[in-house]
Every structure is written in C-alpha cells, then in structure tokens.
Write a protein that binds this ligand. Structure first.
Ligand SMILES: Nc1ncnc2c1ncn2[C@@H]1O[C@H](COP(=O)(O)OP(=O)(O)OP(=O)(O)O)[C@@H](O)[C@H]1O
Ligand SMILES: [Mg+2]
Length: 288
C-alpha cells in the first residue's frame, strides 16, 4: 500500500534555522521525537510540488540507502513566507526530511581544505560508489536529477552519502502532474558540451547527470571547484585534438593524483559524445 505522507503542522517543532537554500530555508526540528529538517519553500510552488512528487515516486518504489528519506510534507494553496520562528506553519509549504547529521559534501571539502587535508582514496571510492548507486536507482525510475552537485549530497552519521534536493528533477514518465510544464532548460555554469550552445528546453538527459558526476569526482579528488578545469574542458571540446589521450592528460594534470579506476571513470564521464559516456549501471558494475 502507498504511504500517506501528509503531515500536520502541529506535530512539528521547529528549533532553529539550519541552512539557507535557493528555494527557501532549512530548519532543524523534531517530528514525533525524531530529529528532522523542515524545508520551507518561500517562493516557487513548482519546485515544492516537483520535489514531493519525485520523492514520493522514489519512496513508493523502495527505500534506497543513498537517497535522503522524506518523512512527509504539508501543502497549502496559498503558501506564505515563513519569517519568524513564532509564526504558524499552517500557511506554508514544507517538506520534512530525516536529519542527516554530517553536513553536505561541499561543507566537507571546505573543512578539509582549511585543514590542508585530502579525502583518502578508499573514501573517494566509497563516496563515488554511493552516489552512483543512488543515481542508478533514480535513472531506473526514468528520473533525471538535473542538479547533481556537492551541495546536494549529504553525509550520514556513518560517513555514507545520500542524494538530496529534487526540486529541479524531471521525470520521463508522467507521475501525476503535467511534467511538460517543468523547467527543463539548462541552468548553472557547468553544462555538458552538447548543451553549450543550446539553452533550449528539454536539453537535460541522463547523460547530463553522468557528466556532472564526473565533475563531482574531480571535486572530490582535487578539493577544488571545477571552474578552471571546466574552462579547459570547453577548449578541449572545441579543439581539433579532441582525443582521449589528450583528455586523459588534462584530467590527470588538473585533478591531481588519484586511483586509476576513478581517473578512468572521470575520462569516460567527460566524453564529448553523450552516448559514449557510461550509464550509472556501468559505473556501479565497475566498482563491484
Ligand atoms: N535532510 C537533510 N539533513 C541535513 N541537512 C540537509 C538536509 N537537506 C538539506 N540539508 C542542507 O540544506 C542545504 C540546502 O538543501 P536543499 O539543497 O534541499 O535546498 P535548496 O533550497 O534546493 O538549495 P539550493 O537550491 O541552494 O541547492 C543542503 O546543501 C544541506 O546542507
Ligand atoms: Mg540544493
């Protein structure tokens, strides 16, 4: 039987603001004695509806250990801003998620950089496997995440990864709403080569997520945001010497030393032709 995710605002206790996201604020709180985060949507209802539909669809299929767990949500037709902790939650749109205590992968990079430390090779392999496994499940359900980046990856208490933030995700199948109306145009600054000159609708494919996964591996190895590397990649795509050995040298020079398997996966994820990039199933199989 499908679970009912509807939550009564009176069952939520909000403690403090935890993070500020682009679509709203994330509060720490409790729901029936469980520590949770409450993601309150201040503007777009579109992203709120999208996120609850996608998470419901995923969770009705199965619970996946590498995807954040939604406990429930509250929806109102006239969703208002939530400005003060003393305000009632009754007139807001919010999602309640299990609290994932280790912060985001982005936060982790920042802490390690400050301490001049790196992520060990074993840990990189574990994180890479966790993300690929969650993404394989998402793609099997014909969903494209569309915003795969280190801010949207959470670290659990036992140091494993969970994928979050499905506000921009798209589904090839109609789940309930009319997905034609979705915002499927590309945004962000690290778009794959097939989209560089084409910002039209429906440019996202599962291979876009795979390209972004390659950038995530780059970030994990180098602990740097891929801005300057991405500029070099763009030049590589435009050059005549568009060959694999050139790409291999570019990635290994810029990322720094890492396990050969991870380096090879990065090179495959950065293939100019999206068809030549692996699927997440291929990537998961490489780790087994
Ligand atoms: N379940 C959770 N447990 C702990 N922290 C969380 C959880 N969900 C989100 N966060 C934290 O809140 C931040 C923002 O969450 P999320 O990405 O879902 O919101 P957003 O408004 O869509 O953000 P943006 O658009 O800026 O990426 C995350 O980067 C993470 O640090
Ligand atoms: Mg986010």
């Amino acid at each position: 039987m499908e679970k009912n995710y509807y939550i009564q605002p009176k069952d939520i206790q909000i403690d403090e603001i935890y993070k500020r996201g682009a679509t709203g604020k994330i509060y720490a709180g409790t729901f029936k004695n469980q520590k949770v985060v409450i993601k309150i949507f201040e503007r777009s209802c579109k992203e709120f509806r999208n996120e609850i539909l996608i998470l419901t669809h995923l969770q009705n299929k199965a619970h996946h250990e590498n995807i954040v767990e939604m406990i429930g949500y509250h929806e109102t037709s006239n969703g208002k801003q939530f400005l003060e902790l003393s305000h009632s939650l009754e007139s807001t749109n919010f999602i309640v998620l299990e609290f994932v205590s280790g912060g985001s992968l982005f936060d982790k990079y920042h802490q390690l950089r400050t301490k001049k430390q790196k992520i060990s090779e074993e840990k990189i392999t574990q994180y890479a496997k966790d993300i690929a496994s969650g993404m394989k499940f998402i793609h099997e359900l014909n969903i494209i995440h569309c915003d795969l980046k280190s801010w949207n990856l959470l670290i659990t208490e036992d140091d494993r990864i969970q994928i979050c933030d499905f506000g921009f995700a798209i589904s090839n199948q109609k789940i309930e709403q009319n997905f034609d109306e979705q915002n499927t145009s590309l945004f962000g600054c690290w778009n794959p080569p097939e989209s560089l000159n084409n910002f039209q609708q429906n440019q996202f494919t599962q291979k876009t997520d795979v390209f972004h996964y390659g950038l995530l591996l780059f970030e994990m190895v180098s602990l740097q945001q891929p801005n300057s590397f991405y500029s070099k990649l763009k030049k590589f795509y435009q050059s005549e010497k568009n060959q694999n050995n050139v790409l291999f040298d570019l990635v290994s020079n810029d990322a720094g030393s890492c396990n050969k398997e991870i380096l090879q996966i990065m090179v495959q994820c950065f293939q100019k032709d999206p068809e030549k990039r692996p699927t997440f199933e291929d990537i998961v199989n490489k780790f087994n």
